[in-house]
Write a protein that binds this ligand. Structure first.
Ligand SMILES: Cc1ncc(COP(=O)(O)O)c(C=O)c1O
Length: 937
């Protein structure tokens, strides 16, 4: 633009100069001079402008390497328009300076316009290029998406058809899903085809754009070349030189040609512009179509997603249907098997009558016999009731005679009975409602020792004989085939501990009819030849005549060799928690020993299984070891406690029983203790053969006595390896530790590093699934289990804290534990089956319920008799006490003089029947029971 500005300056100077000259000649001269100057200047300016334009064209050529001919052409046009000839004509003609100025200003506008056009064209070119790039990107993306979509379709189709056939699904559903799938797939295919077509169109359009661009590029270059402007526009220089040398001689034809040329170029430029605009329109159109294609692609994707969702749902449905079909098939095959079996049975049944036809007559005959027997039984029943009525009348008369002859209050009659027992005997007589017909006489002169359990038996039997329906417990027994037995047997166990020692003859009448030489006595005489006392272990000896020899057992009953049936309230001292011969347990044991044998001296895996079951019920157990009896379990636990603590002393609680281990066989001698509150009872061995040295490391504390507890730890705290106790003392009428005392014991053990060993041999899995510890919520470091764990099979264990139990082992200084029969297959399979039943059924609840019934019944009897009594312990293991309070410890219990659990002797009670003033002993002597409690003796 420099030349243009200079030209304008020159023009200004000219005007200025014109203002200064006033004469015409001067003006003419001046004008000529100025015009000459102006022409010179214009010449210079033009040259400069031409040079600048050439440079600019070159610049443009360099910048637009692809050659933007339109711009160059425009520049050429501009330069042409700005020819020296036209300028010279304008300046040299007779036109006024104003017209020259107008032309120059038009020239300037033209130049500006050209510049603006140039910029615009550059922009439009840029836009065009950007659009092209965008279109290519879009096209590329579309291609990718199309490929992806095609791949996805291929995959979903493959997975759909790879899915298992929809067995069992309803035909229609399946068909509908398939049809819909195919429809969707066809639609997707169509869509893909359209998209592909559109894509190819876009590609073609892009190609066209490129071709057109190339075309225009070529054309522009060709034009440039035609103009010769790719180098310096020499022709223009020449023209300028020619024009400058003689401005007057400018050829009007040449000018016309130039102006035509210029018009043509302008037209071409316009065409080119138009082409550019067309291209832009095309591009916009392409963009729109690509947008549409994008939209379609989105739609396609959405469709695909939907289709995949449907496919997934269809697959899930198909899987569910397949599973249902499998189940159905299994059920059907089972049903078929059953059906076949039924058919077989039916056909077998059809054959039976044939084989039975021969014995048909026998059956008829037997039926007749049965009917005859039945009617005879009816007859006998009627006779019996007559006899009973007669008997009742006789008894009433006899009672009146008895009262007259031997008043019931006669001291001689009741000698030997102390106050509470006397009360109870009175109760017995009264509770029979036969006050005037029966007298109970204790054989004169004989020193009888009757303890409460014997009395209980008496109560129960008399009540049973006389008023069976007044007590629900026995009512059930009469009315149901199994009676109590079934109640107990239905997943239940035994009657509570304090009743365990009672064996109750079901029909006392039968006792009276015993043959003089029974099998029992023969067997007893034989046994006497071979075993001390004629028994395999002390606790089986119930006396020479009453030691029981069992023939069969089931549930809570057993029958002895002489055919007497007993309801067993003791159930093997506790183990038979599910009843005798529980099939759930026995079957498993039989299977295991038939399959694996009884014992191998190797592990079976079932031991771990049992350990897991115990841990599931008893949270304090982390590791266990097996034993064969409660005694062994206690030995193992105490040795482990000593090994872990590296201490020796052990403390027990007065009145507890922990088996036959020497150290555990020391007891307080309450029989010879003067209860004056000042002196302490002696500690004596439970029997012969227990060495005094085994007492050296033992301490005995008193249950619920805080002072003695604190003293123990004060004196022995750092040498005490363990305190062992039963929180509910089974052999002392279930006297129980108080929550606070047990907690204090727990705390002191923890503080002093002493092991608390809780003996749950009796209470374990009985008073609660988790034993006494579950009831208290207080846990020992070690626990012993036996009895109920195996429903009568010999199995026991001890366990507890992992770190303590890990003291056991073959390592240096490890605690020795073992045993040939530990965890034998009989033991572990029995434990496994029993614990399974206990864990999975409500057996414990049943035991509680029966225990509660028994407590209620006894409570009513004692209440009627006005005998003060209390029950201790949970229903599943209760004890009863005669006195104003529940004893809180063993000593206290003994001072109530209830007579419980102290009698080593047995008693005989004779019933005397008095008729018409004569005292006649008519009934048999009942040797009811031998109460033998060596545990506590
Ligand atoms: C609490 C307690 N611990 C240990 C034992 C000893 O068990 P076992 O007779 O199996 O040796 C018993 C036995 O009655 C017991 O009641």
């Amino acid at each position: 633009m420099a030349w243009n500005m200079r030209l304008l300056k020159k023009f200004g100077d000219l005007l200025d100069a014109a203002d200064l000259k006033t004469t015409e000649s001067d003006l003419q001269t001046l004008t000529r001079q100025v015009a000459g100057d102006a022409l010179g200047a214009a010449d210079g300016v033009f040259k400069e402008a031409a040079g600048g334009a050439a440079a600019r064209v070159k610049d443009l050529n360099v910048t637009l390497s692809e050659g933007w001919a339109d711009m160059k052409t425009q520049m050429v046009t501009d330069i042409k328009e700005f020819t020296p000839a036209s300028t010279a004509a304008a300046l040299g003609g007779d036109d006024s300076t104003v017209s020259e100025a107008t032309r120059l200003s038009a020239l300037r506008e033209r130049v500006d316009e050209l510049e603006a056009r140039e910029a615009e064209r550059l922009q439009s070119r840029q836009r065009l290029q950007d659009h092209l790039e965008e279109v290519e990107t879009v096209v590329f993306r579309l291609q990718e998406e199309l490929e992806r979509s095609a791949e996805g379709e291929r995959r979903s189709e493959a997975s759909y058809f790879a899915a298992p056939p929809e067995a069992g699904q309803e035909e229609e559903d399946e068909q509908a899903i398939r049809t819909e799938f195919y429809d969707r797939q066809a639609a997707a295919d169509d869509r893909s085809a359209v998209l592909a077509q559109e894509l190819s169109q876009v590609l073609v359009s892009t190609e066209q754009v490129n071709v057109e661009l190339d075309f225009w590029r070529d054309k522009a270059e060709r034009m440039l070349r035609a103009q010769g402007l790719e180098e310096v526009p020499e022709d223009m220089q020449l023209a300028l030189e020619r024009d400058g040398s003689d401005d007057e001689s400018a050829d009007p034809q040449e000018l016309t040609a130039a102006s035509e040329d210029s018009e043509r170029l302008a037209k071409e430029h316009d065409d080119e512009l138009q082409a550019c605009q067309d291209l832009e329109t095309l591009l916009a159109d392409l963009m729109r179509r690509s947008d549409a294609v994008m939209g379609c692609a989105d739609e396609q994707r959405q469709l695909e997603r939907e289709l995949q969702g449907r496919l997934a749902a269809a697959e899930a449905e198909a899987t569910a249907a397949a599973a249902a079909a499998d189940r159905e098939a299994t059920r059907r095959s089972k049903a078929e098997v059953q059906h076949r079996q039924i058919q077989e049975l039916r056909s077998a049944a059809d054959e039976v009558p044939l084989s039975l036809s021969s014995s048909y007559k026998d059956v008829l005959r037997m039926r007749k016999e049965v009917d005859a027997l039945r009617s005879r039984a009816e007859q006998t029943k009627a006779e019996n009731s007559n006899l009973e009525e007669n008997l009742l009348q006789h008894r009433v008369a006899a009672a009146a005679d008895l009262e007259r002859a031997v008043p019931l209050t006669s001291a001689s009659c009741w000698q030997g009975l102390d106050e509470p027992l006397m009360k109870l005997v009175m109760l017995l007589v009264r509770s029979t409602c036969l006050r005037r017909t029966f007298a109970l006489h204790l054989v004169a002169g004989r020193q009888c020792c009757i303890n409460a359990e014997l009395l209980l038996v008496l109560v129960v039997n008399i009540v049973y004989l006389t008023e069976p329906r007044s007590i629900p417990f026995f009512e059930a027994d009469k009315d149901m085939p199994q009676g109590v037995a079934s109640t107990l047997h239905e997943g239940a166990g035994e009657i509570p501990a304090s009743q365990q020692s009672i064996l109750m003859p079901e029909a006392v009448h039968e006792v009276a009819r015993l043959p003089p030489a029974s099998r029992q006595s023969v067997l007893m005489a034989e046994a006497d030849q071979h075993m001390p006392q004629g028994v395999a272990e002390n606790y089986r000896f119930w006396g020479q005549k009453r030691t029981v020899f069992v023939k069969t057992s089931k549930g809570c009953r057993f029958t002895d060799v002489d055919g007497k049936e007993f309801v067993d309230f003791r159930l093997g001292y506790g183990p038979i928690i599910l009843g005798y011969r529980d099939e759930r347990v026995d079957r498993v044991v039989c299977e295991q020993i038939m399959e694996r044998g009884t014992l191998s001296g190797f592990s079976s895996g079932l031991d771990s299984e049992v350990a897991r079951q115990i841990k599931g019920l008893c949270p304090q157990i982390e590791k266990i070891r097996f034993a064969n009896s409660g005694t062994e379990a206690v030995m193992g636990a105490l040795r482990t406690a000593r090994g872990f603590t590296k201490r020796n002393r052990i403390a027990t609680v007065e009145g507890s029983f922990h088996g036959l281990y020497d150290e555990m066989m020391w007891r307080t001698d309450l029989d010879n203790w003067d209860y004056d509150g000042k002196t302490e009872p002696h500690i004596i061995p439970a029997g012969g053969g227990i060495p005094p040295v085994s007492r050296d490391l033992m301490d005995i504390i008193v249950l619920n006595d805080f002072e003695k507890l604190e003293d123990l730890f004060k004196v022995r705290g750092d040498s005490l390896a363990a305190v062992i106790l039963e929180p509910i003392i089974g052999n002392a009428g279930s006297i129980s530790a108080s929550q606070e005392w047990l907690q204090r014991l727990r705390d002191l053990c923890t503080e002093n590093g002493t092991m608390l060993v809780i003996d749950e041999v009796k209470s374990g899995f009985r008073v609660a699934k988790g034993g006494a510890q579950e009831l208290y919520g207080i846990y020992g470091d070690l626990t012993t289990y036996a009895k109920a764990i195996g429903n009568g099979y010999p199995v026991a264990c001890f366990g507890g804290r992992r770190d303590v139990m890990d003291a056991i082992g073959s390592h240096q200084g490890g605690v020795v534990h073992g045993g040939t029969y530990s965890a034998n297959m009989i033991a572990v399979s029995a434990a496994h089956a029993t614990l399974k039943v206990l864990a999975e059924t409500d057996a414990n609840k049943t035991i509680d319920r029966v225990g509660q019934q028994l407590m209620d019944m006894l409570g009513r009897v004692f209440e009627e008799a006005g005998v003060e009594n209390h029950f201790a312990g949970p229903p599943a293991m209760f004890g009863m006490h005669f006195g104003p309070n529940v004893p809180t410890n063993y000593r206290h219990w003994r001072t109530t003089r209830s007579g419980l659990y102290q009698c080593l002797d047995f008693a005989e009670v004779d019933l005397l029947f008095v008729v018409a003033g004569f005292v006649v002993v008519i009934v048999v002597s009942y040797v009811l029971f031998i109460l033998h409690y060596v545990h506590c003796a």
